[in-house]
Design a protein around this ligand. Structure first.
Ligand code: ZN
Length: 450
């Protein structure tokens, strides 16, 4: 048992002044005695990152040149596929470990990895069909971040059921192969590793296969993630072939509830927005990626007014920062409505506290693990802001989180604990140099293969 002390500790329930914390076996214990080690002036829960494609970290910045005047998500996807074609298990581990170090230094302590890069580039299975999944598990272990691994079912190249293209072949599984991969991974679950289901999208998984996966005993109680309504083209195809909008179709046809995370859910009617909020599912919002890809804006105000659950993900990793995700979530709304201070609730008029609390709660729900709050029996994940930062001077509890999220560009996350271990001290991950050197060598090698 180790005791800690914080002048101000914030959790979604509110502030505690002069908080004493006890950590035992990686969890927050019920009570603490004595003074304990001083953590700092402001302690917050670690943030779950609910949507990641780790390999895309290595191509951030490579798709920012115009190739034609109608560049879109679909032209970006071609660059992404070309890059994905070069990555093997060792490369993936090197890239993911670097990404996870960056996440931890930014204040993320759990990541949901939506993983579809399963096979060799030509579609052949690796000798161990779980090789790429195990590379991600190993990367998370090295970095010391909590992992919800979501192996992804990917079967078809469009709503019409067309086969996978050559570049998509390494993503493909049939239902039986997919369930045996899940079973193999469930066997290695532990306190830092949770396994869940990901259905790539309505265009990539037929309805029958979705039902089969969800009916399997193995998947009962697992988190279920799906990409949905990210692009207008997807809405149009779904309307044409299924006579319903994507979110509408999903809510009408599958048992969507609090286990589910609908990633993006950008293009929804007023009725879909209300129904998604009422379902209890989490909307998985990735504002910097959605901005980078030109996806569109999530109907945030209407969704918050209906008490909808939400969380944030860094998705393509064009940016790796909970501050920037939440900032852009709010700023997109301000730019579109020409108003300020949009994301607030009746109970709390602070935009920072409203968004930070919502993303902690929704992120933990989507990850399927007991994180996102500093409370008895939660995993001991927390971040300590920089006492020495000039940005925080003169800020009391009422404005600390607003300042953290909306002021300046310096990273204010000074120390980070995950499961009772200090993984970041004084802004630096404990294994930063080794992991960065390996990443550099890997990306230089991959770039030379173009
Ligand atoms: Zn995604």
């Amino acid at each position: 048992m180790k005791n800690y002390f914080a002048e101000s500790l914030w959790s979604p329930q509110g502030w505690t002044r002069g908080a004493r914390l006890a950590v035992a076996a990686g969890r927050i214990a019920a009570a603490a005695d004595g003074h304990g080690e001083r953590l700092g002036r402001c302690v917050l829960p670690g943030m779950p990152n609910l949507h990641s494609h780790a390999f895309q970290r290595a191509m951030a910045g490579l798709a920012e040149k115009q190739t034609n005047s109608s560049d879109s998500f679909w032209t970006w996807r071609e660059t992404m596929y070309a890059f994905a074609g070069r990555i093997g298990p060792e490369d993936l581990q090197a890239i993911a470990a670097q990404l996870y170090v960056e996440m931890l230094e930014a204040g993320y302590t759990q990541v949901c990895e939506f993983h579809y890069l399963h096979h060799q580039p030509d579609g052949k299975r690796y000798a161990d069909p779980a090789a790429m999944s195990l590379a991600l598990i190993e990367a998370a272990r090295e970095a010391g971040i909590g992992l919800t691994l979501l192996p992804t079912l990917y079967m078809t190249g469009g709503f019409d059921g067309r086969p996978l293209s050559e570049r998509q072949r390494r993503f493909g599984f049939d239902v039986d192969g997919y369930l045996s991969l899940l079973q193999q991974l469930v066997n290695v679950e532990n306190a830092a590793l949770r396994i869940g289901v990901a259905l790539h999208s309505l265009r990539a998984v037929p309805e029958k296969a979705m039902r089969e996966v969800l009916a399997a005993e193995l998947t009962r109680g697992m988190p279920v993630h799906v990409h949905i309504a990210e692009q207008i083209g997807e809405v149009q195809d779904c309307l044409a072939l299924r006579n319903a909008r994507p979110v509408e179709w999903l809510l009408d046809n599958l048992p969507v509830d609090a286990r589910w995370c609908l990633v993006h859910a950008t293009h929804m009617s007023a009725q879909e927005t209300q129904r998604l909020a009422q379902s209890g599912a989490v909307a998985g919002l990735c504002p910097t990626t959605e901005a980078n890809l030109g996806d569109g804006l999530f109907p945030l105000k209407a969704y918050i007014d209906e008490n909808g659950a939400l969380g944030i993900g860094s998705d393509s990793h064009i940016s790796v920062s909970p501050v920037e995700e939440l900032r852009w979530l709010e700023y997109g709304q301000r730019l579109a409505t020409r108003h300020r201070n949009i994301a607030v609730s009746v109970a709390n008029h602070s935009v920072g506290e409203t968004l930070f609390a919502a993303a902690l709660r929704g992120g933990a729900q989507a990850a399927g693990v007991g994180v996102g709050a500093i409370a008895a029996d939660a995993r001991a994940d927390f971040i300590v802001l920089d006492d020495d930062s000039a940005l925080l001077a003169g800020r009391d509890e009422a404005s600390l989180i607003d300042t953290f999220l909306f002021a300046g560009n310096a990273n204010l996350v000074r120390h980070v604990m995950v499961g009772g271990d200090w993984v970041v001290r004084d802004f630096r991950h404990r294994d930063r140099e080794r992991i960065a050197a390996r990443y550099r060598a890997t990306v230089e090698r991959l770039a030379a293969r173009v």
